[in-house]
Design a protein around this ligand. Structure first.
Ligand SMILES: NC(=O)c1ccc[n+]([C@@H]2O[C@H](COP(=O)([O-])OP(=O)(O)OC[C@H]3O[C@@H](n4cnc5c(N)ncnc54)[C@H](O)[C@@H]3O)[C@@H](O)[C@H]2O)c1
Ligand SMILES: [Zn+2]
Length: 358
């Protein structure tokens, strides 16, 4: 039986359906008037279970690579949809992770000045975090996520059945975003998910519970601040450092794992700047380490890291950096900090020593 969650957005409410048979239901009743954008790897893995979908007249299969989520690739997607006769009363249906989501959401915002889109997220990151919140983000040249819109889907259909085929690194990437959401919810919430870390990986019902809980926590913020003007900003916790790590390593580290390192680094920086506390850093560290295990020694060149940090979208004014840090009580908030030698020294110590220290 399918359970639901309703999200309020500037375009009206939309519903998230939790349904282990979501793919089978769609395949049994493929809407003629839809256009599908499908992760090519998912299409291959699930070919039998989505045979009717893949035989539809308008299916675009896309490799989930950052280079395909770019302005440079948009003309191909637009040409395909024009060729297939896209009309305003039709909808785009995305089946895949965050990359397919971002491409579909951006096309839905811009083609014909707006067509509806529906999302079947297939990664943990997309199911537990990105599927709600309306954001699309597209790369241009070397600038990651530089173009974007706020375009909610009409419906989201979550089947945790998809998660069984994910690589372990993609599972941990999704858990990174789930940890983030629970830090934002407060220390008790974080301690609870941290204590259940092993069970999340081993027991599908526990995983499902935390996916729902993560979406519920996020729902309260996006309904208050869909356009990210205030309260929602805290969802970038771990992301200033995480994005800088991704940029400095040429995206060798999956997003949610870079964010996990970014959160641990944010707690370290907060302790050193005496915004937060050493206790907070120590309290959260064990599960962060487990989640980024295997990436703790990946080299992060300091100069490239600091350059990327100084270019973060959230920064306001030269010579400063906007960071989201947890205070002594564990409460997360946003503030401006000087981009100086002190911060550079703390970042260097973390990346060169603290990140990998036992
Ligand atoms: N718009 C937003 O709100 C938002 C939020 C967070 C992240 N993002 C973006 O999302 C992207 C990352 O997304 P992601 O982590 O979901 O992954 P992804 O879309 O990059 O997919 C990761 C890998 O998993 C594979 N895959 C997908 N589903 C699978 C399945 N069921 N079984 C096996 N393999 C599967 C893909 O082919 C790919 O190799 C980044 O580009 C990031 O910027 C967007
Ligand atoms: Zn993220």
């Amino acid at each position: 039986m399918s359970e639901t969650m309703t999200i309020q957005s500037h375009k009206g409410p939309y519903t998230v359906h939790f349904d282990p048979n979501a793919l089978e239901s769609l395949n049994a009743n493929v809407p003629a008037d839809a256009h599908f954008l499908v992760d090519a790897h998912v299409a291959e893995l699930y070919a039998d279970r989505m045979a009717k979908i893949l035989a539809h007249r308008s299916v675009l299969q896309i490799d989930a690579k950052e280079t395909n989520k770019s302005l440079e690739r948009m003309p191909d997607y637009v040409a395909h949809l024009v060729d297939k006769g896209l009309r305003r009363d039709q909808r785009l249906i995305a089946i895949g992770g965050g990359i397919i989501q971002d491409i579909t959401c951006f096309l839905s915002a811009t083609m014909l000045r707006g067509v509806d889109w529906v999302f079947y997220p297939t990664t943990l990151l997309a199911q537990a975090d990105s599927c709600i919140g309306s954001k699309s983000s597209i790369n241009s040249g070397s600038a990651k996520n530089i173009l974007g819109t706020f375009t909610p889907p009409r419906e989201v259909h979550i089947s945790t059945d998809f998660l069984g085929t994910l690589d372990e690194r993609d599972v941990r990437s999704g858990i990174g975003e789930m940890l983030k959401v629970h830090v934002i919810d407060g220390p008790d919430s974080f301690d609870r998910i941290a204590g259940d870390y092993a069970r999340i990986l081993a027991e599908p019902e526990v995983m499902m519970g935390y996916i729902r809980r993560s979406l519920n926590i996020k729902k309260a913020y996006i309904e208050r601040d869909e356009f990210d003007q205030g309260p929602r900003n805290v969802f970038n916790y771990g992301h200033s450092f995480g994005h800088a790590i991704e940029a400095a390593t040429d995206f060798a580290i999956p997003h949610g794992i870079a964010v996990t390192i970014g959160m641990n680094m944010a707690n370290y920086v907060a302790a050193k700047l005496e915004v937060g506390s050493e206790e907070n850093y120590q309290r959260m560290q064990p599960v962060m380490r487990k989640n980024y295990a295997g990436f703790e020694t990946h080299p992060v060149p300091l100069d490239a890291f600091m350059t990327a940090l100084s270019r973060d979208k959230k920064n306001q004014g030269a010579g400063s950096v906007t960071l989201i840090l947890a205070d002594r009580s564990g409460k997360v908030s946003r503030d401006k900090y000087p981009m100086d030698d002190t911060l550079r020294g703390i970042c260097r110590d973390y990346l060169e020593t603290a990140r990998a220290a036992a």
